[in-house]
Design a protein around this ligand. Structure first.
Ligand code: KG4
Ligand code: ZN
Length: 340
C-alpha cells in the first residue's frame, strides 16, 4: 500500500451500533463502538430507538476515536461514512454528521457501502491475519445479512447468492426466542451447542435453488417441533436444551457449508473469506477448517472486532477509495437499499 501519511475517520451507523475509527494508511489506530443495549428489552432492533441512540452517541464516539488515535480532527485527510444499506433513520445520523464534519474541515467525503466494507475488512493491516488473494469468495453472515460475493478486486465484486428471507443471524436469534433465550441468542446457542449432540434432532434443510438461502422455513419447523414436544413433556426444552441448540446449529452450518461447496464448484475459487457477527460461531469456524482438509479450501476469518458491525471496516474502504480519488459530493444521500 501507499507510503503516504494518510489519516481517515470512518463512521458507521447503519443499524444499532454507533461506531467511529481512525485508520493511518492501512493500520487501525482506534476502533470505538457504542452498542445499543436498549434493543435487548424488545428482542430485536427498534429503528426509532436506534436513530435516537445514534444521535446521542455519535459526538462522544467520534471524539473518543480521535482521542484514542491521538490525533486532532485537523490532521484528518478525509471522512468516510456508511451510505447504506441499513435502517434509514440510523444511516441519516452518520451521513449528516460525516457531511457536516467534512464540510467544516474542508476535506473530502468518502461514501462506503456497508456490505463491501464487511468484505474489505480483510484488508486491514493486522499482524497474524492474512489477506485473501483475488479472486476470492466472501460470505457475509450476520443478524442483517447473508450473502456470498465473488470478489475480483477491491471494487469489482458481485453478489452470487443471498437470502430470500431471514438472515442467518436471525435464524439463530428467532430459534433462541422460541427456546426462551435472551436476545441476541446466537452466542448462547453456540455455547450450549458445544455441550450437546448435533444429531439428536433432525430438521429438514430448505430447498432453494442455486446459491440463494432461505431460513424462514427452518424457524417454523423448529417452532412446530418444540410445540409438539412441549405438549408431550412440558419440561422438554429445559431437559434437552443443549441437544436442541446443537441440532439447530448443526442444521444452520450445514446449509451454509452446502452453499459454499456449490459456490466453490461453480466458480472454481477456493479462497473463502467470512465476515459478520455469525463468523464468531465456533461450529462454523470448525466447519471451515474441516473444509480446508476436505475440499482444499483456504479460509480467512478477520479479527473479531473487525467482523461485527464496526467503523474500522468503513475506514479501510475510505482509505482504499481515497487512494483512488473516489470521493462523494456534499449532495450524497443515505440509501437504505444500497446494493453491492
Ligand atoms: O454483525 P453483527 O454484530 O450485527 C449485525 O447483525 O449486523 O451480528 C449479530 C448477529 C446476531 O444475530 C447474533 O446472534 C449473531 O450475530 N452471533 C452469533 C454468534 N455471535 C453473534 N451467532 C451464532 N454464534 C455466535 N457465536
Ligand atoms: Zn453489518
Amino acid at each position: 500500500m501507499s507510503s503516504q501519511n494518510i489519516y481517515i475517520l470512518g463512521i458507521e451507523s447503519s443499524c444499532d451500533d454507533t461506531a467511529a475509527s481512525v485508520i493511518h494508511n492501512g493500520k487501525i489506530l482506534s476502533n470505538v463502538v457504542a452498542s445499543q443495549k436498549i434493543h435487548e428489552e424488545f428482542g430485536g432492533v427498534v429503528p426509532e430507538l436506534a436513530s435516537r441512540a445514534h444521535q446521542q452517541n455519535i459526538v462522544p464516539v467520534v471524539h473518543q476515536a480521535l482521542e484514542k488515535a491521538n490525533i486532532s480532527k485537523e490532521q484528518l485527510h478525509a471522512i468516510a461514512f456508511t451510505r447504506g444499506p441499513g435502517l434509514m433513520g440510523s444511516l441519516l445520523v452518520g451521513t449528516s454528521f460525516a457531511k457536516s464534519l467534512a464540510y467544516g474541515l474542508n476535506i473530502p467525503l468518502v461514501d462506503v457501502n456497508h456490505m463491501q466494507a464487511h468484505i474489505l475488512a480483510h484488508f486491514i493491516d493486522e499482524e497474524g491475519f492474512d489477506k485473501p488473494p483475488f479472486p476470492f469468495l466472501a460470505m457475509t453472515i450476520s443478524g442483517g445479512h447473508t450473502q456470498i460475493v465473488r470478489v475480483d478486486n477491491y471494487f469489482n465484486m458481485s453478489v452470487i447468492g443471498e437470502t430470500i428471507d431471514d438472515a442467518v443471524g436471525e435464524a439463530f436469534d428467532k430459534s433462541g426466542k422460541i427456546l426462551g433465550l435472551g436476545y441476541p441468542a446466537g452466542p448462547e446457542i453456540d455455547k450450549r451447542a458445544q455441550l450437546g449432540n448435533p444429531k439428536a434432532y433432525q430438521f429438514t434443510k430448505p430447498r432453494v435453488d442455486g446459491l440463494n438461502f432461505s431460513f424462514s422455513g427452518l424457524k417454523t419447523a423448529i417452532l412446530y417441533f418444540i410445540q409438539r414436544e412441549v405438549k408431550a413433556n412440558p419440561n422438554f426444552i429445559k431437559e434437552n436444551l443443549n441437544d436442541i441448540c446443537a441440532s439447530i446449529q448443526y442444521t444452520i452450518i450445514g446449509i451454509l457449508i452446502d452453499k459454499l461447496k456449490l459456490a466453490t464448484k461453480q466458480t472454481d475459487i477456493k479462497h473463502i473469506a467470512i465476515g459478520g457477527g455469525v463468523s464468531a460461531n465456533s461450529g462454523i469456524r470448525q466447519a471451515l477448517k474441516d473444509g480446508e482438509q476436505k475440499f482444499g479450501w483456504t479460509t480467512y476469518v478477520p479479527k473479531f472486532e473487525f467482523t461485527t458491525d464496526n467503523a474500522a471496516m468503513i475506514a479501510i474502504v475510505g482509505y482504499l477509495k481515497y487512494l483512488e480519488g473516489d470521493f462523494a459530493e456534499q449532495s450524497v444521500m443515505a440509501s437504505a437499499r444500497l446494493k453491492i
